[in-house]
Design a protein around this ligand. Structure first.
Ligand SMILES: CC(C)(COP(=O)(O)OP(=O)(O)OC[C@H]1O[C@@H](n2cnc3c(N)ncnc32)[C@H](O)[C@@H]1OP(=O)(O)O)[C@@H](O)C(=O)NCCC(=O)NCCS
Length: 159
């Protein structure tokens, strides 16, 4: 259970959160190949990945992760996932999580893929300086939905 009046705290995501992530993922990405707990465990164990979680009253209500690509600088980065419990949408939590990922990228180029019909996520990404650079047809295997590739260059806008 979560309590709506509680402060939301953003911090490290750990292996112990994998099951809860999979729960949130199943609801938020239904029909789009949601990650099982094992996928989160793999992501958390992978060197160069950075994952953060948002908690309310001790319950995980959001998570986000980014990967650093390449073996030496200048690094590029790729947002792997970001998700907030629907009961907590529109309260600035997604923005806080994304800003944590951008802090990790430390001004490096960041890429991501987003469903072309995901207006909320696209607006969030644009607001921090991501721009659409490509269209990937049927990127999401199960639903067959298209994705935009977006890119944020060093010095992208930051709200
Ligand atoms: C995308 C997502 C993470 C946003 O999280 P959130 O906590 O609701 O977002 P925030 O409250 O931080 O809003 C940040 C910005 O996102 C945009 N935004 C959020 N909800 C929106 C909506 N319903 N319509 C349009 N823009 C929206 C706005 O630009 C907003 O900035 P503003 O409040 O200054 O206008 C959330 O909708 C989510 O988890 N969706 C399901 C999973 C998903 O689609 N993840 C992205 C995969 S690529």
């Amino acid at each position: 259970m979560t309590r709506q009046g509680e402060p939301v705290i953003v911090g490290a995501l750990t292996r112990a959160d994998a099951e809860r992530c999979a729960e949130l993922e199943a609801v938020s990405f239904e029909g789009d190949d949601p990650w099982p707990a094992m996928a989160f465990e793999r992501e958390l164990a992978s060197a160069g990945n950075h994952y953060v979680g948002a908690r309310s009253a001790g319950t995980l209500i959001g998570y986000a992760g980014i990967a650093r690509l390449g073996r030496q600088p200048p690094y590029e980065y790729e947002v792997h996932t970001i998700c907030v419990d629907a009961a907590y949408h529109g309260r600035g939590i997604g923005r806080r999580l994304l800003n944590e990922l951008l802090d990790f990228a430390n001004g490096g180029v960041v890429f991501l893929e987003v469903r072309t019909d995901n207006a909320a996520a696209i607006a969030l990404y644009r607001s921090v300086g991501f721009e659409q650079i490509g269209l990937r047809r049927r990127y999401y295997r199960v639903s067959g939905a298209d994705a935009f590739t977006m890119r944020r260059d060093p010095g992208g806008a930051r709200l």
